[in-house]
Design a protein around this ligand. Structure first.
Ligand SMILES: [Zn+2]
Length: 267
């Protein structure tokens, strides 16, 4: 009887080996396992994982990407309800951080999460019109916008790993409840993987954007995306918006000065 089963299983096993399927033997049964699907269902990414160029520059639809999820209204600022998406692993850690902060009287509401290329383009071009009309100079216009806003294709918000929390004004975080919230984040954010990537560059001497006390990045994923970005993205990929040719201007140098210009203690 046992020999008959082995003879019966042999051609099936041969087929699985030849077709490169993954399987496990359970007694007399063969179970085919889908390793690829198992990896896709795991939200974290591996160091060596290859990330698509289009993802890195925000040219994808995060609303239908299986790695992303819609954030519950209760974590969002009033005006941002039903619109904030994050990568799943970022959302899990954010919720843990939010619950922990609440115990100290700090409510970490999200102002902004993922923004794709088209959304960043509409922010950029609105600011371009406003500033170019006053400055009449494209380099000055780009530099003015770049104090706090990214060029499309270069924003960390494309990745679903970065969050703007509570208030988009540094002054808010200097006194009262705002100071309490900022102190809590500085002391506790790293326990959950979050780091303030745009720290005070007058002290730390990094390049790029001004201080942003509200912008926090989930480093276990974003540090891997940054490595991929530096490897794959060049100035030819930064295109299709007003002033895109300025990305490589020597006074701007988007990739070296801005994309790489983050808090060196975040990793
Ligand atoms: Zn931000």
């Amino acid at each position: 009887m046992k020999n008959i089963k082995i003879i019966y299983l042999f051609p099936i096993l041969l087929f699985l080996i030849l077709t490169n399927k993954d399987y496990i033997l359970l007694g007399n049964e063969i179970k085919i396992i889908n390793i690829k699907e198992d990896i896709e269902n795991k939200p974290s990414i591996k160091n060596e994982e290859d990330i698509d160029l289009k993802y890195l520059i925000g040219k994808f639809n995060y609303k239908i990407d299986p790695n992303f999820t819609l954030v519950d209204n209760k974590f969002c600022r009033e005006q941002m309800k039903l619109r904030i998406y994050l990568r799943k692993e970022v959302y899990i850690k954010f919720k843990e951080m939010h619950a922990d902060a609440l115990k100290s009287g700090v409510n970490l509401l999200i102002y902004s999460g993922t923004r794709n290329f088209d959304e960043q383009k509409s922010i950029w071009e609105r600011k371009w019109e406003l500033n170019f009309n006053k400055l009449k100079d494209s380099v000055k216009t780009a530099k003015k916008i770049l104090l706090f806003s990214s060029m499309p294709c270069t924003s960390r918000h494309h990745w679903g790993t970065d969050l703007d929390l509570i208030n988009l004004n540094n002054n808010y975080f200097e006194t009262g409840q705002g100071l309490k919230e900022y102190k809590w984040l500085k002391e506790n954010g790293s326990k959950f993987g979050f780091c303030q990537v745009y720290d005070d560059k007058s002290i730390t001497k990094r390049t790029g954007y001004e201080l942003e006390k509200w912008h926090w990045s989930y480093m276990p994923t974003s540090s891997k995306f940054l490595i991929q970005y530096i490897k794959k993205v060049n100035y030819n990929n930064i295109n299709n918006f007003k002033g895109h040719h300025l990305a490589s201007n020597k006074e701007i140098n988007m990739i070296d000065n801005f994309v790489k210009g983050i808090n060196s203690t975040c990793d």
